[in-house]
Design a protein around this ligand. Structure first.
Ligand code: ADP
Ligand code: ADP
Length: 226
């Protein structure tokens, strides 16, 4: 699903956030990206979503070399990816329903199909009864579930999550991770950045650990990668 070949990322100002990262996430696999704050986890996810471009190296997503994706094609590229953020990034003046419907409206899904698809996504995250609420009326864990429903409503083949449990207590964190595992069990590829090492160990999925932009542990290494 994802291949990184010797990927480097230097930000304007000179900071080198990734220094030759290579790995392959097979289709249908779920894996964790770990490392201390500043290790390069967010940068790696942003490169996959084309929120940033690599300085050097090759990134393949779904058999497409994404360095060839033109800026105007980025919206189509992003439809393959559901993104989940630590701070949810919900619209706080819109209902749960409207937050989840937004990606469908942007993708031009017909008005007739939107309600059943929104409700299917809310059902999967256990929030069907909250569709009329505003995000502020929900707990942190519920807000994150809305973020996940919004990410999966278009049925993307890949989910990317950046510290999705960073603001949650351990029990809620485990629930959220189990929710990702459920999507993975029906064939969605999942890559989760997290520094919750205890939780990651219990989930028993492959791990890539970054330190200062380099991989220090890579359970997704591929033999043909130099
Ligand atoms: P992590 O997600 O592991 O905390 P990041 O990918 O956010 O790490 O950051 C990696 C390094 O790149 C850090 O040193 C950070 O300060 C730097 N960095 C991140 N974004 C930018 C940016 N837009 N401009 C300059 N440096 C950045
Ligand atoms: P923190 O990261 O401090 O725990 P929260 O989880 O409360 O922050 O909020 C996450 C993000 O959502 C923040 O970027 C914040 O600006 C935004 N946010 C939270 N509550 C509201 C609100 N009522 N209206 C608009 N934005 C909000």
């Amino acid at each position: 699903m994802i291949e990184f070949h010797q990927v480097f990322k230097r930000y304007e100002g000179g900071h080198e956030a990734l220094k030759g990262v290579s790995f392959g996430l097979p289709r249908g696999e779920m894996a964790f990206l770990t490392g201390h704050s500043g290790a390069g986890k967010s940068t790696l996810l942003k490169l996959i979503a084309l929120m940033e471009r690599p300085t050097r190296g090759q990134i393949i997503l779904d058999d497409i070399d994404i360095s060839n994706v033109k800026d105007r094609q980025i919206p189509y590229h992003r439809r393959k990816i559901g993104m989940i953020f630590q701070d949810h990034r919900l619209l706080y003046d819109r209902s749960v329903y409207d937050n989840v419907a937004l990606p469908l409206i942007i993708a031009g899904v017909s008005d007739r199909d939107i309600p059943k698809r929104v409700r299917a996504a809310l059902d999967k995250v256990g929030l069907l009864n909250k569709e009329r609420q505003l995000p502020i009326q929900l707990s942190g864990g519920e807000q994150q579930r809305v973020g996940i429903a919004r990410a999966v409503v278009n049925k993307p083949p890949l989910l990317l999550a950046d510290e999705p449990t960073g603001n949650l207590d351990p029990e809620l964190s485990e629930d959220i991770m189990n929710l990702f595992a459920q999507f993975n069990q029906v064939g969605v590829s999942v890559l989760i950045a997290s520094h919750d090492l205890g939780l990651i160990a219990r989930m028993k999925h492959p791990v890539i650990a970054l330190k200062e932009g380099r991989t220090i542990r890579n359970e997704l290494a591929e033999v043909d990668f130099a």
